[in-house]
Design a protein around this ligand. Structure first.
Ligand code: SF4
Ligand code: ZN
Length: 297
């Protein structure tokens, strides 16, 4: 996943998984002294929630002398997530805080990765997260998204930064235990106020019940996912193009984050003109601008 000369952007929310990943990678750096590690925390702007977890990172980074960046939705998207949710309701768009949040978070990480010249983006998705996403996409019949759930994602395009999930096979309770034993987080549990609107949390509960009753179920599902990816793997190479608005990797001429920003009225006049021009020639863009958002995970 990571080479000794890599420059790694670690996505750190300040929660237990990402703090465990940062701590673990810093240990790895002792064996790979040329490794560059920069912790990047995306501040979505969720009042009463994110400020607390970011503080975990800031305190840790100061003590361990880690380079860190806090990149906010306000600066990179033009609005906080709370504002995005409010505007989307006013515009009659579906109530999908987590869809905006996930798309915009990836968008911000990609921009920051380009800015700092990162060669790898490491995120703390663990086995529980991966299996939950797998089931959510099965429910939606979203096979492209299932095929892209691999532990390492690379591309031959130079503008696509490699993405890795070092905790892919680590259960959430294991990374939580690692974080607690290393004193990386407060024991107080804070939940995002939007979490209850996400189908993930129903699936998470269901999976935990399944695991309690039939231990090993999560690993079984993870293995089945890896098998599906392996069977399909060699036949597909996802093609990326550069978003004409922001320059991030995208499946269409305009990326999903910029389409969301267009729907929410967050583009500058020039960016808006670019998107409207693209809509004339790219059916995917005109479709996205004319239809209501559909919840995908
Ligand atoms: Fe974002 Fe949803 Fe997670 Fe809250 S629960 S941080 S809104 S993805
Ligand atoms: Zn874009």
């Amino acid at each position: 996943m990571i080479d000794p000369d890599d420059s790694v952007l670690v996505g750190v929310s300040g929660g237990k998984d990402s703090m465990a990943l940062l701590h673990f990678l810093l240990k790895l750096r002792k064996k790979m002294p040329r490794l560059i590690i920069v912790a990047v925390s995306v501040d979505e702007g969720i009042s009463g929630y994110r400020e607390k977890t970011i503080l975990n990172l800031v305190n840790y980074a100061r003590v361990h002398n880690v380079e860190y960046i806090v990149a906010s939705f306000r600066d990179y998207i033009g609005a906080t997530l709370d504002e995005v949710v409010k505007v989307s309701s006013e515009k009659g768009l579906p109530y999908l805080p987590c869809s905006y949040c996930g798309v915009f978070r990836r968008h911000v990480l990609n921009i920051v990765a380009r800015k700092i010249g990162a060669t790898v983006i490491a995120t703390a998705h663990n086995a529980d997260d991966v299996v939950q996403t797998y089931l959510m996409n099965l429910v939606n019949n979203s096979w492209d998204r299932i095929f892209s759930l691999s532990p390492v994602r690379t591309s031959s395009e130079e503008f696509v930064v490699k993405r890795v999930k070092p905790f892919y096979k680590t259960l959430e309770k294991e990374s939580a235990l690692y974080a607690i034993l290393n004193g990386l987080v407060q024991l107080e549990y804070i939940q995002c106020p939007y979490a209850k609107y996400n189908v993930r949390f129903t699936i998470r509960k269901m999976l935990n019940e399944l695991e309690d009753k039939y231990p090993g179920s999560k690993y079984g599902l993870l293995q089945s996912l890896l098998e599906i990816i392996r069977l399909r793997g060699s036949q597909i190479t996802k093609k990326y193009t550069k978003c004409i608005v922001c320059g991030n990797p995208s499946s269409h001429s305009v990326c999903k984050a910029c389409l969301f920003r267009a729907l929410l009225g967050l583009l500058s006049p020039e960016e808006e003109k670019t998107v409207l021009e693209a809509a004339k020639t790219d059916p995917a863009v005109s479709r996205a601008l004319s239809v209501k958002l559909v919840q995908k995970h």
